[in-house]
Design a protein around this ligand. Structure first.
Ligand code: ADP
Length: 637
C-alpha cells in the first residue's frame, strides 16, 4: 500500500489547514504513532527554529521561509523600505506611509511633525503602533504631539486620512501572497482576498473611535454595529475580493492599474528581503499583505502579516480561505503519494541501503537506525518485516531517552547526508556528502549562496557569536515572531469561529470540490522542485522552458504568478537578483498600463519591440476577474 501524505500541525491549528488536507486524503501526524521525521508538511503559526531548517529531509516542507522578519515586523519593514527608498528612489518606493521608529527616530519625527503642523496647512494625523503586536492591539491615533504616549518600541506612521470609503465606511484589502521560492524569487498572488471594513462611519473628528478607523476584524467583531445591516456594506465586516471588483466596476476606475500597483507593492516589498533570505527550496510562505486604497485609488501598504488568520468567522472567510488553502497545497506540488518518504523508511532496514535510487551504487550511505514503524507500513498487509539485525535498536519507553537518541542518531544518520536540495544536485555531490564537516555543507546547501549566513563565510573561531547564532534554536523564534495575525488559537479558545451566522451578504466565490484525488501513480517520487506534474491536470499551465530557463506555472488554481512576469524579470531573478532590472521592468509595465488611453501609436511601436524581445513569455495580470494576459491588456490600448 502506498504511503499517504502526512501533515503536522503545531498546537493543533489552524483547523482549516487540517480540514483541507484531510479532505484531500492526507493523514495527520501523530507523535505516538510516527517517527519524528515521518511527515511531509509541517505547518506552524509561529517561526521554525534554525535547527528545523537544518534537519529537513528531502520529502519535508515547512510553511515558512527562514528570516522574513525584515518585512513582517513593523519596524523592520519601515527600516527596509526607507533603505530601498534611499537606494532606488522615492518615486518607486512611495507606497508606504512615512514612518518613524520610536524612540530612536524621535528627533526626526519631531521635525516632520513640525513641518506638517496645522498652521502651515491641513491637519496631519498620525497613527502609533507597537512594533511587535498585531490585530490592532495597542494602536492609537493622534493629531497633537501631547497625545503621543508610549511605553514600548512603536512606529509612528502618517495616518492616511483620505481613504476610499464605501458608503462612508473605511476598508482595507487583505491580499494573500505566496512566495514559492526566494531563490529564484517566485511569487503568486491569490485572486481572492478579503476586504475588511470598519463598522462605524469614518469620522476624523473622533480619532478615538476604533470602530471607525481600524479595519481589523478582531476589533470590529466586538463592535456594536458588527451584526447590523450597514448601507451597501451589509452585515459583518468583510467582503470577498470578487465583490470588491464589482464595486470597482461600478466606479468606472482603471482597475488594471490599481491591481498592477498592488502587485508592484508586493514585489517591491519582497525585494527588500529577498537577497538576505536563505535559500530553502522546501519552504513556502503565505503572507497577508494589508493594503489601504485612498480616494485617488492609490494603494498604500500598511503591513505584511507573517501568519494571516485562517479562522472562518463569516461567509466571506469560508468562500475565500478554504479555496486559498486548497490552492496553496496545489502550489506545493505534491504527488498523490509520497514514494520518497516511503522508500526511505523501507530502505532503512537494508544493511547496505542506498537512500535514493539516484545515488551511485558505491556511495556509502549509512543505514537508518531502527525506529517506530511508520503508519503506512503498519497498514500494509504485504509488507515484509524490516531487516534490522545489524542496526542499533531503539526501544525504550522513556521519552527523553528516545528523543535524545532520535536527535543524535536519526538526524546524524539521515538528514546530514540528505539535505533538501535538488535531487540532481545531491547526486552530483554524492561523494561530498559524507565529508567530515558535513553539517556545515548541509547548512550551506540549505541556506544557499545568497545567504549572508552561509557557513563558509562564518569563521567559527573568529566569529563565535555569529556561528553560535546559526545553531541557536531560540534566535529565530524570538526575532521572527511578528505580525502574526493568525487568531486561530485565541479565536478557537474564545469560540469565535462559531460566529458564522453573521452574514455579510457577500458574493461567494463558487466552491470547488476538494475531494480526495485518487492515487493514480503510486510509487512516483515526489517532484519537489520542478513545479510540474500535478498542476498539469488541474490547472491550465505553462510549463515550457524559456531559453532553457524553467518557467514557473502561470497559474495554479486561483494563484496567479506575478513574479517573474516577463523574460527580463525571469532572467533577473535566476542568478544574482538584479533589482535594478526588476524595478525598471515594473515601472515600464505600470507606466504602460497607466497610459492605457494615451499615445496609442507610440505604445504600439514599443509593444512591437517588446514582442520581439519577449516572444513566447507572457503573464497574467493579477487582479481582474478572469485575469487577462498582460500582452492582451497592452494590445487593447
Ligand atoms: P495590526 O498589525 O495591529 O493589525 P496594522 O498596521 O494592520 O496593525 O493597523 C491596523 C489597522 O489600522 C489597519 O487595518 C488600518 O485600518 C489602520 N491603519 C494602520 N495604519 C494606517 C495608516 N497609516 N493610515 C490609515 N490607517 C491605518
Amino acid at each position: 500500500m502506498a504511503a499517504s501524505l502526512v501533515f503536522r500541525l503545531h498546537d493543533k491549528g489552524p483547523k482549516l489547514v487540517r480540514e483541507v488536507l484531510l479532505e484531500r486524503g492526507w493523514e495527520e501526524y501523530d507523535e505516538e504513532e510516527r517517527e519524528d521525521e515521518d511527515w511531509n508538511l509541517y505547518w506552524r503559526g509561529s517561526a521554525f527554529r534554525n535547527a528545523q531548517y537544518h534537519n529537513l529531509l528531502p520529502w519535508q516542507r515547512l510553511n515558512h521561509h527562514p528570516k522574513t522578519a525584515g518585512i513582517t515586523r513593523k519596524d523592520c519593514l519601515a527600516r527596509n523600505l526607507r533603505r530601498m527608498r534611499a537606494t532606488f528612489g522615492s518615486a518607486l518606493y512611495d507606497f508606504s506611509p512615512v514612518a518613524f521608529i520610536l524612540p530612536n527616530d524621535y528627533t526626526r519625527f519631531l521635525s516632520e511633525y513640525d513641518k506638517l503642523r496645522p498652521s502651515r496647512g491641513p491637519p496631519a494625523y498620525w497613527i502609533c503602533k507597537p512594533v511587535d503586536l498585531s490585530r490592532g492591539r495597542g494602536i492609537f491615533l493622534f493629531e497633537d504631539l501631547k497625545d503621543l504616549v508610549y511605553d514600548c518600541p512603536v512606529i509612528v506612521q502618517r495616518y492616511i486620512s483620505d481613504p476610499l470609503l464605501i458608503s462612508g465606511y473605511k476598508f482595507d484589502l487583505r491580499i494573500y501572497v505566496c512566495v514559492k521560492s526566494f531563490h529564484p524569487l517566485t511569487v503568486y498572488i491569490h485572486q481572492e482576498g478579503l476586504v475588511r471594513f470598519a463598522t462605524e462611519k469614518y469620522d476624523l473628528a473622533s480619532l478615538r473611535n476604533f470602530y471607525a478607523h481600524l479595519t481589523n476584524t478582531s476589533i470590529n467583531k466586538l463592535g456594536p454595529f458588527y451584526r447590523t445591516e450597514k448601507e451597501r456594506v451589509g452585515r459583518g465586516c468583510k467582503w470577498t475580493m470578487s465583490k470588491f471588483r464589482h464595486f470597482l466596476h461600478s466606479q468606472d476606475v482603471n482597475q488594471n492599474l490599481l491591481w498592477q500597483r498592488i502587485n508592484n507593492i508586493v514585489t517591491l516589498s519582497l525585494l527588500t528581503i529577498a537577497p538576505s533570505v536563505p535559500s530553502c527550496p522546501n519552504c513556502l510562505e503565505l503572507f497577508g499583505f494589508d493594503v489601504l486604497v485612498d480616494v485617488r485609488f492609490k494603494p498604500w501598504l500598511l503591513e505584511v502579516n507573517y501568519s494571516p488568520a485562517l479562522t472562518l468567522d463569516c461567509p466571506a472567510d469560508v468562500a475565500v480561505k478554504k479555496r486559498l488553502i486548497g490552492d496553496l497545497v496545489d502550489l506545493m506540488n505534491y504527488t498523490l503519494v509520497d514514494g520518497l518518504r516511503e522508500k526511505a523508511y523501507q530502505r532503512r532496514g537494508c544493511e547496505k541501503s542506498r537512500f535514493h535510487a539516484n545515488l551511485p551504487a558505491n556511495s556509502s550511505i549509512p543505514v537508518f537506525p531502527k525506529f517506530k514503524k511508520p503508519k503506512f507500513l503498519k497498514q500494509s498487509s504485504g509488507t515484509q518485516p524490516l531487516q534490522t539485525q545489524a542496526l542499533p535498536v531503539l526501544k525504550t519507553n522513556h521519552r527523553f531517552e528516545k528523543r535524545q537518541h532520535k536527535q543524535s542518531s536519526v538526524v546524524a544518520y539521515t538528514q546530514r547526508f540528505l539535505p533538501p536540495v535538488d535531487l540532481n544536485k545531491r547526486q552530483a555531490t554524492g561523494d561530498r556528502i559524507i565529508a567530515k564537516n558535513q553539517r556545515d555543507k548541509t547548512l550551506n546547501w540549505i541556506l544557499g549562496p545568497h545567504s549572508r549566513t552561509n557557513v563558509t563565510t562564518v569563521n567559527r573561531q573568529a566569529c563565535p557569536a555569529l556561528a553560535a547564532r546559526l545553531t541557536d534554536n531560540r534566535s529565530l523564534l524570538k526575532s521572527e515572531v511578528t505580525n502574526c495575525d493568525d487568531t486561530e488559537t485565541e479565536a478557537e479558545a474564545d469560540g469565535l469561529s462559531a460566529e458564522t451566522d453573521v452574514s455579510s451578504s457577500v458574493l461567494d466565490t463558487p466552491q470547488r470540490g476538494h475531494g480526495l484525488r485518487c492515487p493514480a501513480v503510486p510509487w512516483k517520487l515526489p517532484d519537489i522542485h520542478s513545479g510540474r506534474h500535478e498542476q498539469e491536470r488541474i490547472h491550465f499551465e505553462e510549463n515550457t522552458t524559456h531559453n532553457r530557463q524553467h518557467v514557473p506555472p502561470l497559474r495554479v488554481g486561483d494563484f496567479i504568478r506575478t513574479f517573474p512576469f516577463n523574460t527580463a524579470t525571469l532572467r533577473a531573478a535566476q542568478q544574482e537578483l538584479d533589482i535594478k532590472v526588476i524595478t525598471r521592468e515594473l515601472q515600464k509595465l505600470t507606466g504602460r498600463l497607466a497610459k492605457a488611453d494615451k499615445k496609442r501609436r507610440t505604445e504600439k511601436e514599443e509593444e512591437k519591440k517588446d514582442e520581439d524581445e519577449e516572444e513566447d513569455f507572457d503573464s497574467l495580470l493579477w487582479g481582474p476577474k478572469d485575469p487577462p494576459l498582460i500582452s492582451q491588456c497592452l494590445k487593447r490600448q
